[in-house]
Design a protein around this ligand. Structure first.
Ligand code: 5GP
Ligand code: MG
Length: 184
């Protein structure tokens, strides 16, 4: 049986550190929204684990919804186009929406997605990303809440995949280069 952990070059954030940081992040979100009702919109599939852990630390009333947009596919290079594969079921007009993303990289996906959501006239639209790679940014997208800033490395675990694998690793690690270079 394959041992997925052997493909991880270095662990960036252990499970315990992630839990601590998520509590801090939730504290900032709780403070910002107070007792306002919030629609948490998770971008599938990468944000699923972060979404579940963060949501349980929030004290404001929250509703859940999810979108699935295609970005990287199976390649490690962003296409800069967004294809909505699954849309929201909630009407977000007049609602406070907090978008939950796994990682903000080039910003191309959100550059396309944020205007689509803004057009639906939410009362507010903010962005919370678990990871943020500022060095890679191609579009001027900023997160309102960020879990961790990371260097320009391809990471997996805690929801993030490569070719749909590694999502269930409980930590965030840098994937060994040969894993994705051998596949191209
Ligand atoms: P962006 O459009 O900001 O370049 O990319 C956003 C999406 O690309 C993320 O939601 C994520 O799915 C994917 N992505 C970007 N960097 C990484 C990374 O280091 N690891 C993984 N697994 N996915 C990434
Ligand atoms: Mg994503």
């Amino acid at each position: 049986m394959k041992n997925w952990e052997q493909d991880v070059k270095k662990v960036l954030f252990h499970q315990e550190e992630i839990a601590i940081r998520i509590k801090e992040l939730a504290g900032a979100i709780n403070e910002y929204y107070g007792d306002k009702e919030l629609v948490l919109v998770g971008i599938l599939k990468g944000s699923a684990i972060f979404f579940a852990d963060l949501a349980r630390e929030l004290s404001c009333p929250v509703m859940f919804d999810f979108m699935c947009v295609s970005s990287y596919g199976s390649s490690a290079v962003s296409s800069g186009m967004v294809d909505i594969k699954k849309d929201l079921t909630t009407d977000i007009a007049g609602k406070n929406v907090l978008l939950i993303e796994d990682i903000l990289d080039t910003g191309n996906t959100l550059h396309e997605l944020l205007p689509i959501l803004s057009e639906r006239k939410p009362a507010s639209l903010k962005l919370c990303c678990f990871l943020n790679k500022p060095d890679r940014r191609q579009k001027p997208i900023q997160a309102d809440f960020t879990g961790f800033y990371i260097p320009d490395e391809f990471v997996v675990g805690y929801g993030l995949d490569y070719n749909e694998n590694y999502r269930n690793l409980p930590y965030v690690g840098i994937l060994k280069r040969n894993v994705y270079e051998d596949c191209e």
